[in-house]
Design a protein around this ligand. Structure first.
Ligand code: B12
Length: 211
């Protein structure tokens, strides 16, 4: 039995090398990548999020935990994004302006790729105009916007407005996600879909194309 707690603690403690080593060990033991993510890695983010909020840890520790998380996730990528799935469509995604959180967005990308989507990643801290330019020049089915901070959430309606002003809103479906969001926020800002996690993002993306 693989010890998920040890992996969780190594990520939460920001031990980059140990976290990567344990992730390799889990993969070598044939633990499915999705299980490593769900049972080993994601609980670490909840743990540090809670400790940060209660003032037990500070930004440097948060940064180190984020680095350990990224070093582990990258090892899961080949399995999560390898695809036997049929071509699903074109998806462009980014984290909104002012927001540097990209771990969740990157997981969404891997899951989409694993389900046949061709994904363009614009990165993080992306201004509304940049999203708009990309929609104008590409032929995307879905635009995904990620925000992890309550104070960057307003960049989502701003992006939708910029698309409207440019006459591009009907060219693409807009899907939003990130921990502070919910369905009612998505409805309020006129997004076409909200997904709570990467698995739901794949389901909702498929639904959007069938609409
Ligand atoms: C790691 C982390 C960081 C790292 C980020 C590293 C990185 N490269 O991403 C660093 C250290 C940089 C960081 C910085 C800050 N952080 Co921070 N951070 C976190 C932490 C602990 C984990 C986030 C995470 O990666 N979660 C794991 C992923 C997998 O989950 P997720 O992002 O929610 O993604 C899933 C879904 O939401 C969804 N999803 C996400 N995006 C999208 C997009 C689409 C289109 C769809 C469909 C779905 C979807 O699918 C994903 C996969 O299942 C959270 C706490 C938490 N529990 O969330 C705080 C947290 C988000 N941070 C917080 C804060 C306050 C900050 C700082 C302001 C701290 C500071 N004083 O400077 C800065 C802001 C910097 C900036 N301008 O962005 C607060 C936000 C509070 C708030 N209400 O706004 C949190 C909640 C911590 C807390 N409890 O206080 N942070």
């Amino acid at each position: 039995m693989f010890n998920f707690d040890e992996l969780t603690n190594s990520v939460a403690d920001g031990q980059v090398d140990k976290a990567a080593e344990l992730t390799q060990k889990a993969l070598a033991a044939q633990v499915p990548a999705k299980e490593i993510l769900d049972k080993g890695l994601l609980p670490a983010m909840n743990l540090v999020g809670r400790d940060f909020e209660s003032g037990q840890i500070f930004l440097p520790e948060l940064l180190m935990a984020g680095d350990a998380m990224k070093a582990s996730i990258v090892l899961l990528r080949p399995e999560l994004s390898s695809t036997g799935a049929a071509y699903a469509g074109k998806y462009v995604i980014g984290t909104v302006e002012g927001d540097l959180h990209d771990i969740g967005k990157n997981i969404v990308i891997m899951m989409l790729e694993g389900n046949g989507w061709e994904v363009t990643d614009l990165g993080r801290d992306i201004p509304p105009q940049r999203f708009c330019e990309e929609i104008e020049k590409g032929s995307y089915d879905i635009l995904g916007l990620s925000a992890l901070l309550t104070f960057t959430m307003p960049k989502m309606p701003e992006t939708i407005n910029v698309l409207k002003e440019a006459g591009l809103r009907n060219k693409v479906k807009v899907m939003v996600g990130g921990v502070p969001l919910n369905q009612s926020f998505a409805d309020q800002i006129g997004a076409d879909a909200y997904a709570r996690d990467a698995v739901e993002a794949v389901i909702k993306a498929k639904e959007l194309l069938n609409k």
